[in-house]
Design a binder for this molecule. Structure first.
Ligand SMILES: [Zn+2]
Length: 101
């Protein structure tokens, strides 16, 4: 997959091909259709938010669940989902955002 990868703080990130391991315990693989780089990501770029490098930026987006790992019972492959900080969200019938991670 292509991703925005940061190798050094305060340096430009690069769009690169990266390999993904299959989803592990409690993890879900989402093929993102759209993603943004937000203020939190910028804090990672500047180093104001400590994080190990290299880091993949863009933790908010929308995409399709492709695979689920062991122990995931509330999400299944298919529909478009919203993703925030590695958490999958959905809307219930009252349009409330639910955290179903
Ligand atoms: Zn954000």
């Amino acid at each position: 997959m292509r991703a925005a990868v940061l190798h050094e703080h305060r340096r430009p990130f690069a769009i690169e091909e990266v390999d993904l391991a299959p989803p592990g315990q409690g993890e879900v693989e989402v093929r993102l259709h759209a993603s943004g780089v937000c203020r939190s990501d910028w804090s990672t770029v500047t180093g104001d938010t400590p994080s190990p490098l290299p880091a993949v930026l863009g933790h908010e987006g929308a995409g399709v669940v492709e695979r689920v790992g062991p122990g995931v019972g509330s999400v299944e492959p298919g529909p478009v989902r919203l993703v925030r900080a590695g958490v999958i969200l959905r809307q219930d019938r009252h349009d409330r955002e639910l955290d179903i991670s």
